[in-house]
Design a protein around this ligand. Structure first.
Ligand code: IYR
Length: 242
C-alpha cells in the first residue's frame, strides 16, 4: 500500500509559511481557444540573424526579463542574471571578441560534420547583429551565491533553471513582437571580463533583442510533428493497436 500523500508536511508548515493556491479556470471551449491561439503565436517565432537599428523601449525589455524571472528554479534559487547592454561601444567590443572566437571556430575548431549541420542555417563567423540590435542581453548562470558572512550558498540544477528562464524570455519577447536569437559565442569567457561579472557567475547565452531588418531571411526549417516528439506509454490493459 502506498502511503497517503500529504503536502506540505506539518513539520515543514510549522517552520515555513504556505499559502492556498488557485489557478484561473476556463471553460473547455475557452481552454481550447487559448491553447490554439498560443500555439499559433509560438509557431510564428523564428530566430533572426539580421537586426535593424530601430530602438526598443527599455521597459519592454525589462518586462521580458521580469517574465523570464518567473521561471521555476532548483530550490527556488533563481540562479540567473540578465545583463543588459545598450551602449554602442560595449556592443562593438562584444562583436569584436565574439567574431575573433567564431572565426577560429568556423576556420577549423568545429569539425566538418558540425559545419555541415550549420550550413543549412546559413551561419558564419560574422556577427553584425551584435552591433545593430538595440539591446544585447547576456544571461549569466549564478553557480552559487555568497551569503552575508561570505560563505557560499550552493545552487541546484543551475543550467536547467537558467534554460527554463531563457525559454520564457524568448516567449515574452515574441509575444511583444520582438525578435531574438540565442547566440553562444564559444568560448564565452570574454563576456565575464568585459562585463565585469563576479567569479560566481558564468555566461550562459547572449540574446540580441530588436526587430528584424525589413529584408531579413530565415532558413526554411520544419518543426518535428507531434507524433515525433510525444511518446505515449501504452496502457498495458488495453489491446495492442493493429
Ligand atoms: N556559436 C557559433 C556556431 C553555432 C553553433 C550552433 I550548435 C548553432 O545552432 C548556430 C551557430 C555561432 O554562433 O555562429
Amino acid at each position: 500500500m502506498t502511503e497517503p500523500y500529504v503536502y506540505p508536511r506539518p513539520e515543514d508548515a510549522a517552520r515555513y509559511p504556505f499559502l492556498e493556491h488557485r489557478i484561473e479556470q476556463y471553460d473547455p471551449d475557452e481552454q481550447e481557444a487559448r491553447g490554439v491561439a498560443f500555439l499559433e503565436l509560438m509557431e510564428q517565432r523564428r530566430s533572426v540573424r539580421t537586426f535593424s537599428e530601430e530602438p526598443v523601449p527599455r521597459h519592454l525589455l525589462e518586462m521580458a526579463i521580469q517574465t523570464a524571472a518567473t521561471a521555476p528554479s532548483g530550490a527556488h534559487m533563481q540562479p540567473w542574471k540578465f545583463v543588459v547592454i545598450g551602449d554602442a561601444d560595449i556592443k562593438r567590443q562584444i562583436r569584436q571578441a565574439a567574431e575573433e572566437e567564431e572565426r577560429i571556430n568556423y576556420e577549423g575548431r568545429m569539425n566538418d560534420e558540425w559545419q555541415e549541420a550549420l550550413a543549412r542555417l546559413g551561419t558564419h563567423w560574422q556577427k553584425g547583429f551584435l552591433e545593430t540590435a538595440p539591446w544585447l542581453v547576456v544571461v549569466f548562470e549564478e553557480r552559487y551565491s555568497i551569503k552575508e558572512d561570505g560563505s557560499k550558498h550552493h545552487h541546484y540544477y543551475v543550467k536547467e533553471s537558467v534554460g527554463l528562464a531563457c525559454g520564457l524570455f524568448i516567449t515574452a519577447l515574441h509575444n511583444m513582437g520582438l525578435a531574438t536569437l540565442p547566440h553562444t559565442p564559444s568560448p564565452m569567457a570574454f563576456l565575464t571580463k568585459l562585463l565585469g561579472r563576479p567569479e560566481n557567475e558564468r555566461p550562459f547565452v547572449l540574446f540580441p533583442v530588436g526587430y528584424p531588418t525589413p529584408d531579413a531571411q530565415v532558413p526554411v526549417l520544419a518543426r518535428k510533428p507531434l507524433r515525433e516528439v510525444m511518446i505515449d506509454v501504452p496502457d498495458p490493459s488495453s489491446p495492442p493497436e493493429r
